[in-house]
Write a protein that binds this ligand. Structure first.
Ligand code: G3P
Ligand code: CA
Length: 270
């Protein structure tokens, strides 16, 4: 009775004094341990308590959507085929798991339908578009055919016009613009806050997904004030993850979901 009372008090104190935990999103699935962008990597993400998974998507020559990061297959398979010039059947001849270890030998490149089918109820998928707007119509068809609810899906892309096209055709879907920051020798960070806010508004994005390097908390504040969420990638260091938690970031994409999940628990208010 006494301990039940104590844990109620702890919960109450935490709801007042602790900072909300950002969602932990497994980058290309749980890709530190399993081969990136494969069903094995997505399944491992769910085992490792990820709140969601991120995957990269490309269109094949014959109009299928596959989960694959690079424009060609050299790095992952040792054989160079350009994905957009190759059919799904040809891509399915390749082994995309062996490079990560003998136990993954025989792993095939997954279609988007296969990836979406792994997402458990209540978990999220961040769909990163790695090509141009030609993917929008088939992608919306695949999403429609899946059993996922709209709030389980976030569409992300570095190309702002692609996200603009998604919003125009499917305003019910949430989008987040990917932006990497650079710092020159003089210490100037680009892109500027003003240009970022302009792009976000122009494409009606729901979020800004930034690299963790060089982003300033003042920018995060500004976008949050504008009603836009901040997300960050790819964070594999617990101390960096807790810093973003304190800045109110909505989700942290990581290759190591279990490590980051454990690190985020109940960071007290400074
Ligand atoms: O989540 C965004 C991040 O995945 C972008 O970089 O190269 O891993 O696709 P990349
Ligand atoms: Ca990605």
């Amino acid at each position: 009775m006494k301990s039940a009372h104590l844990s109620t008090l702890t919960l109450l104190a935490c709801s007042v004094f602790c900072i909300a935990e950002p969602l932990v999103i497994a980058h290309r699935g749980s890709s530190a341990a399993a081969p990136e962008n494969t069903i094995a990597a997505f399944d491992l993400a769910w085992e490792q308590q990820a709140d969601g998974a991120e995957g990269d998507f490309l269109l094949t020559k014959d109009g299928h959507i596959v989960c694959f990061h690079d424009q060609d297959t050299q790095r992952i398979t040792g054989k160079k085929l350009i994905v957009k010039n190759t059919t799904l059947a040809e891509l399915r001849q390749l082994d995309v798991g062996y490079w990560k270890g003998e136990q993954y030998k025989g792993t095939l490149i997954p279609t988007i339908a296969e990836v979406l089918a792994t997402i458990p109820e209540g978990k999220k998928i961040y769909i990163e578009i790695k090509c141009g707007a030609e993917i929008v119509t088939p992608l919306l068809r695949e999403i429609e055919a899946s059993t996922l609810a709209s709030d389980q899906i976030l569409i992300i892309c570095f190309k702002a016009p692609v996200l603009k096209a998604i919003k125009q055709q499917a305003p019910h879907l949430k989008t987040s613009w990917l932006c990497g920051f650079k710092k020159n020798k003089a210490g100037t960070i680009t892109p500027t806050d003003t240009s970022i806010l302009k792009t976000l508004k122009d494409i009606k994005a729901d979020g800004l997904s930034s690299s963790h390097q060089h982003i300033q908390p003042s920018l995060i504040k500004q976008i949050q004030t504008a009603g836009i969420n901040h997300h960050v990638w790819t964070v594999n260091e617990p101390s960096i993850a807790t810093r973003f938690q304190q800045w109110g970031t909505g989700s942290i994409t990581t290759d190591k979901p279990l490590l980051i999940k454990n690190a985020l628990k109940a960071v007290p208010t400074p």
